[in-house]
Design a protein around this ligand. Structure first.
Ligand code: CP
Length: 340
């Protein structure tokens, strides 16, 4: 089955092909070419979305496919995931039936199902999205799961390639943790590290003590970096880490050390308001560009002066979500390459 759960499940050739397609589609802009005429796509959002939902719907339309969006529990039944679930609570439907039915109607199913943020073991094993993929008879596309966001990852790589004139190797990429009033999943951070490492960049993860990323994710990224001539290091000093950066990627994620204890996690994070991207901190970079996957909390995660300044490329990054989604549909459905 041609699932896209995470790029790390696919080989470099498939990643490179998707990146090439995304960049080519990015040059074409809002092109309609109907290469997927007759295809249908189900988009299931267990969590909110603006960019992923809108870009996937528009990408489908521009390729001539039909997308149907479902928000379980809001107009459709709430769903149970576990084997052996005794369904005497609010969940009226099990994913086994729901995905079985949808596999008969659609040619692919996209699903967004976030981390629990209370069970690290389950989240790091991608329990929920893997349950989905196991129940499906058609390709499943990960629209952000507990531990990775492959659609964002492809768009981010495309944005960096374009911003750094096609050769990011050896340039400094800093993924910096930032304060956020809520605990957030690690998915985007994991994907960002992986993507920058694959591009051969010198990757630095700047984060407070206790906010380490998963060892499996870091080890894999280290291997990608070494293979591509880059490096991967960590820092607990945001100011030092940002010195000389060419790309600054801001993101918040839940504290690893207190992940399974939401109250302790909130207490830990509350001490870390100073982890924010400011104009002063950006001035330490080497004319670095600023990226964020969005949505972003202004003047909490990053200051207005950075977002509204000349080095912010977060809107082009969000635009690339559309081109990346089309490249992903091309890959999942084995479509012909776009003309041009
Ligand atoms: N970056 C991203 O996935 O945005 P949405 O949550 O709005 O889809």
């Amino acid at each position: 089955m041609n699932h896209l759960i995470g790029w790390h499940h696919l080989d470099h050739a498939e990643w490179n092909q998707a990146l090439k397609s995304s960049l080519r589609l990015g040059q074409q802009g809002k092109a309609w070419d109907r290469r997927a005429e007759g295809k249908s796509l189900c988009l299931m959002f267990f969590n909110p979305s603006l960019r992923t939902r809108a870009s996937m719907e528009v990408a489908s339309a521009q390729l001539g496919a039909r997308a149907t969006t479902i928000s379980p529990g809001a107009g459709t039944w709430q769903m149970a995931f576990d084997d052996g679930a005794v369904m005497d609570g609010p969940e009226a439907e099990h994913i086994q039936e729901a995905v079985g039915v949808l596999s008969k109607y659609f040619d692919a199913i996209g699903v967004r199902v976030f981390a629990s943020l209370s069970d690290y073991h389950k989240d790091s094993r991608e329990y929920l999205i893997n349950r989905f993929a196991a129940a499906a008879d058609v390709p499943v596309i990960n629209l952000e799961s507990a531990f990775c966001h492959p659609c964002q990852e492809l768009a981010d790589a495309s944005t960096i390639m374009e911003a750094l004139d096609g050769d990011p190797r050896g340039r400094k990429f800093v993924l910096t943790w930032c304060y956020h009033p809520k605990a957030l999943p690690m998915a985007v951070a994991n994907s960002a590290v992986s993507m920058a490492a694959r591009l051969g960049m010198d990757v630095v993860v700047a984060r407070p003590e206790g906010y380490e990323l998963d060892e499996t994710v870091m080890n894999r990224a280290r291997q990608y970096a070494e293979a591509a001539g880059g490096s991967l290091t960590e820092s607990t000093n945001q100011d030092e880490a940002l010195a000389g950066a060419h790309v600054v990627y801001a993101k918040s994620w839940a504290g690893r050390a207190v992940y399974d204890d939401p109250d302790a996690e909130a207490a830990s994070r509350a001490q870390l308001h100073d982890w924010r991207v400011t104009e002063e901190r950006m001035s330490r970079t080497d004319n670095g560009v600023f990226m964020h996957c969005l949505p972003v909390r202004r003047n909490v995660v990053v200051d207005d002066g950075v977002l509204d300044g000349p080095h912010a490329i977060h809107l082009r990054q969000a635009e690339y979500r559309l081109y990346a989604q089309k490249a992903i549909l091309e890959s999942v459905w084995n479509l012909k390459s776009a003309p041009g």
